[in-house]
Design a protein around this ligand. Sequence first.
Ligand code: HEC
Length: 247
Amino acid sequence: MKKLLLILISLFCTSEIMAAGGGYYIGEKVQTNIRSVDSLRNGAKTYMNYCMGCHSMDFQRYNRVAEDLGLNEDEMMNGLVLTDAKFTDKMTIAMSDEHAKKWFGKSPPDLSVIAKARGLDWLYNFLINYYADPKSVTGWNNLTLPNASMPHILWELQGIRTANFEVSTDEEGNELKEFKNFETVEAGKLNEQEYKDLARDLVNFLDYSSEPAQLIRMSLAPWVLLFVSLFTFLAYMLKVNYFKDIH
Ligand code: HEC
């Protein structure tokens, strides 16, 4: 019974464990659902539109994503993908490392397994916690990845916000900065909830991409549990039968 409980717990908690942040600002947690095809499609669409300009996903292919998201070749290549890539291509990008470094100071990492590396809560907070900062090179800063060299790509959707900090000094004279709140300077195309939903779907897609086999694993799980319960029941009946004459 204990083992069964452990299996159950680990099945449902893997994403929670992966989500452990690592000392960065995590204002709120994200609830994703990898079995929601609509959410994955939305996430894929945002990814193709806004992220693929700079980030590759070398371990993914367009046809694999299409198959997993229930899209045919036309829906995928004409509906989601903006480049003239082929259906069987890997999701690589044209920008070279050298150019990227020149433009951004850092090259944008491949995002194939970023969900495993950073965790879902981190990614979600990174996407929702940008603010305008005239002191930074890009004009943007981020609570979750301070001094990020990636600008706020989704600013037109989220709008422009500034951040207020409470600054104090500790006993040794070091400056301490504590985040207080955001102030909206210019509203975006989406309202706050719509933007958070978009970020959640994008994180969901990144989670799926980091391990596409999750979909199969998740759909197999109920059957595995059913088999385990059935087998336990049979074993129990057998035991009852064997022991019925032993007193
Ligand atoms: C204009 C180019 C550009 C675009 C477009 C872009 N990024 Fe980035 N991204 C970068 C750069 C440069 C970095 C490196 C930032 C750093 O480490 O300071 C980065 C870093 C990241 C990281 C952090 C990786 C890490 O672990 O440090 C994540 C996550 C990320 N990007 C996700 C996205 C998502 C999601 C999108 C689409 C909404 C996107 N990026 C669009 C340039 C871009």
